[in-house]
Design a protein around this ligand. Sequence first.
Ligand SMILES: [Zn+2]
Length: 195
Amino acid sequence: MSRKLDIELLVIILVIAVSAGHIGNFLGGFERPNLFWLGYVQAVAIDAALAVCAYRMRLKSQRAASLAGWLFFCGVSAILNAAYYHGAGASVPLAALLGAWAPAAGALLGWLKSTSDAHAERQAKAAEARAAKRAQRAEESEVMPAPVLVPSFTCEGCGYEAASQNALNAHRRWCAGSNGRERAAAAVLQEGRLK
Ligand SMILES: [Zn+2]
């Protein structure tokens, strides 16, 4: 449900109210006086069916049935509207014109709303697909994390692991020095033995 004001739906309801008011008044005359209100129930049913058929025409699987209903209820609504105006004193051409506008408006608005709703549905679906793809990509990168190079500060001479590059540099100097001293001492000892 969109939170923004649905102008199309508001106008459809307005058109149905106008049309149903006329048709109901006309059909009520055929009912017993205590059942006059039944005319309005029928009128709302006819105009609502018209709007629903117009709205459903975008669905391929229901197109034939929707078109049949749309034509039928448009015709019924227009004729009954015209009969109301004719009964109120309008000439036949004028009654036909006045009777036609409300069903025509209801049918067109229902169709318009249907296509704009379909458009919104497609956009929502596309956004959903994009979000799903993003989530999938995030999951994949979680499963196979990019190799992270952990810096190590290991002395090549003795395998000592320093905490930082600076500490390693200091150790290297010391390590090389001590090795050098050891080597020098060993050389001195060896030389002594040879003598
Ligand atoms: Zn070392």
